[in-house]
Design a protein around this ligand. Structure first.
Ligand code: NAP
Length: 285
C-alpha cells in the first residue's frame, strides 16, 4: 500500500482492537478498487472515545468502524443516526459528511445479504428462532420485523433480556409476532411450531461448544440454520445442522457483507465483489 499526500483514512476504534479482521478485509477491498485510502486500527479506550470521535472531524477522516465496547456509547457522540442505528440502538459505522458525523449500523444489511447469498432465504413470512438478546440479536430481530417475518421466538439464557428485546420490537407494528423464550436444553419442547430458520446470535460456539437443546427438533425438514459465529470451519452449530440434513452457513459472509456496506458508505461505490470474503477466508486458512 502506497501512502501519498492525498491518502484518506478510515479508522477502527476498539478496545481491544488488534485481533480484528476488519483492517485485512477493508484494505484488500481498497487495494482492489485502486482507491488512495487506508483503513487503520486505533486502540481507543472508553475514556478516550469522545476525543477519538471528535478526531474524525478534526483530522477529516472519512469515518470509522466501532467495535467492542463502543457500539452503544458512540450513539450519543454523532450528529445524526440512520434508521437502522435508531432501530437497533447501536452503531458500528461512522461516516464523515462535511464534518457532520452520521452513525450507521450495517449489521442488519449484512445479515440480510448473508441469508440471501448463503441460504437463499428471505425473512418475509418466515417463522424464526433467534438465539440471543444482545446487540447482534437486536439487529436480527429488527431485520425480521422490517422484512415481515411471521413469528420470531427470542430465546436467551437471561430471560429478562429476551422479554425486553421482544417488547422493544413492538415499535414496528408490522404484524411480526415476537415471543420471549428461555434458552436451555428444553427449548425445542417450548416452541409452538417447528421453525423455518434458526439464527444463532449468541457467542456459543466460539470456543467449540454446542447449545444444549436438540437442534433437529426445532426446525422442519427444509429449515435453515445461520450461525453468526465464525472462525472454526465449520462452526459446531453448522456441523450439527448439516449432519441433520439442514442447510447451514456461518457468520463469515455476514462479516464480509456488513464490511461491504461500510465501504459503500465511505467511498460511495460498491466494494469489489468477493474480495472481503476471500480476505477473511485467507485469514483463517
Ligand atoms: P453481546 O451483546 O455480548 O450478546 C451476547 C449474547 O450471547 C447474549 O444474548 C448472551 O446471553 C449470550 N451468551 C453468551 N454466552 C452464553 C452461553 N454460554 N450460553 C448461552 N448464551 C450465551 O454480543 P453480540 O454483539 O450480540 O454478539 C453475539 C455473537 O454474534 C458473537 O459471537 C459475535 O462474534 C457474533 N457476531 C457476528 C457478527 C458477524 O458479522 N458475523 C456480527 C455481530 C456479532 P445473556 O444475555 O444471558 O448473557
Amino acid at each position: 500500500m502506497e501512502i501519498s499526500g492525498g491518502t484518506r483514512v478510515v479508522g477502527l476504534f476498539g478496545d481491544p482492537v488488534a485481533h480484528s479482521l476488519s483492517p485485512r478485509m477493508q484494505n484488500a477491498a481498497i487495494k482492489a478498487s485502486a482507491i488512495d485510502a487506508a483503513y487503520v486500527p486505533f486502540h481507543v479506550t472508553r475514556a478516550n472515545l469522545a476525543g477519538a470521535v471528535d478526531g474524525i472531524r478534526r483530522l477529516d477522516l472519512l469515518g470509522a468502524n466501532l467495535t467492542i465496547p463502543h457500539k452503544q456509547a458512540a450513539l450519543a457522540l454523532v450528529d445524526e443516526l440512520d434508521q437502522e442505528a435508531r432501530l437497533i440502538g447501536s452503531i458500528n459505522t461512522i461516516v464523515n459528511r462535511n464534518h457532520r458525523l452520521c452513525g450507521c449500523n450495517t449489521d442488519m444489511q449484512g445479515l440480510l445479504a448473508a441469508l440471501r447469498n448463503e441460504l437463499k432465504v428471505d425473512l418475509t413470512g418466515l417463522r424464526v428462532l433467534l438465539l440471543g438478546a444482545g446487540g447482534a440479536a437486536r439487529a436480527a430481530a429488527a431485520a425480521a420485523a422490517r422484512e415481515g417475518a411471521d413469528w420470531v421466538g427470542i430465546a436467551n439464557r437471561s430471560f429478562d433480556k429476551a422479554v425486553s428485546l421482544a417488547d422493544d420490537m413492538a415499535v414496528f407494528q408490522q404484524g411480526t409476532r415476537f415471543a420471549p423464550l428461555i434458552l436451555d436444553g428444553d427449548l425445542a419442547g417450548r416452541l409452538p411450531v417447528q421453525v423455518d430458520l434458526l439464527i444463532n446470535a449468541t457467542s456459543v460456539g466460539l470456543q467449540g461448544e454446542l447449545h444444549a437443546f436438540r437442534l433437529r427438533d426445532c426446525l422442519h425438514r427444509q429449515g435453515s440454520v445461520f450461525d453468526m459465529v465464525y472462525g472454526l470451519e465449520p462452526t459446531p452449530l453448522v456441523r450439527e445442522a448439516r449432519a441433520a440434513g439442514l442447510d447451514a452457513a456461518d457468520g463469515l459472509s455476514m462479516l464480509a457483507a456488513q464490511g461491504e456496506a461500510g465501504f459503500q458508505l465511505w467511498f460511495e461505490r460498491p466494494a469489489p465483489p468477493g474480495v472481503m470474503r476471500r480476505a477473511l477466508q485467507g485469514a483463517f486458512a
